[in-house]
Design a protein around this ligand. Structure first.
Ligand code: MN
Length: 201
């Protein structure tokens, strides 16, 4: 199979004013494309070229080639990040809302924990909402690791991805990661998160 460079599901300016168009363009067209190009180069003519990206991520261990771990992670993580947002945000399904309330007590508490995960991730990385053995869990990973990898502290299937690399927010927010995360929640596509949750239930 061929790995394709994924479409951005909206225009660069769709998430304004929360995420600015210039950040989106550079993030998607340069950062994401570089991960894609390097990943395709790393798996070319290897057995990995015939596997799915999810399977490759699931097989990443501390022994994996850094080019596969970092660039494959960069490809996978950004696809989920783009598909965690939409213009104006959207609402969670009843099923996901119930699960959030059961697990965290409230939507606000989930967002508080997700914010904390993003703020305490030192340097670069991602905060995640994952499904682990049928349960919702908030976690974070460094660099371009993700919870599909055996190297992650918490393993599971990610349904919501928050990029906290400075390239995700620096042009508009500079060092103010808390403000970026607060604004990011305004454009979270909870409907898509709900679909991913339902597909795992
Ligand atoms: Mn990024």
């Amino acid at each position: 199979m061929a790995f394709e460079f994924p479409d951005l599901p909206y225009d660069f300016n769709a998430l304004e004013p929360h995420i600015d168009a210039q950040t989106m363009e550079i993030h998607y067209d340069r950062h994401h494309r570089t991960y894609y190009n390097n990943f395709v180069g790393a798996v070319k003519d290897t057995p990995l070229a015939d596997q799915s990206l999810e399977d490759i991520m699931g097989d990443v261990s501390s022994d994996s080639a850094p080019a596969v771990r970092n660039n494959g992670g960069g490809l996978y993580n950004h696809i989920l990040y783009w598909n965690s947002m939409c213009a104006g945000g959207s609402s969670a399904s009843d099923a996901l809302s119930s699960a959030i309330n059961d697990t965290f007590g409230s939507q606000e508490e989930l967002q508080k924990q997700m914010t904390q995960a993003g703020l305490t991730r030192f340097g670069s990385g991602f905060a995640w909402l994952i499904v682990q053995d049928g349960k919702l869990v908030v976690t974070s990973t460094p660099n371009q690791d993700n919870p599909l990898m055996s190297v992650a502290d918490q393993q599971g299937t990610p349904i919501l991805a928050l990029d906290v690399w400075e390239h995700a927010y620096y042009l508009k927010y500079q060092n103010k990661r808390p403000e970026y995360i607060e604004q990011w929640f305004e454009v979270v596509d909870w409907a898509k998160v709900s679909s991913r949750y339902s597909s795992l239930a």
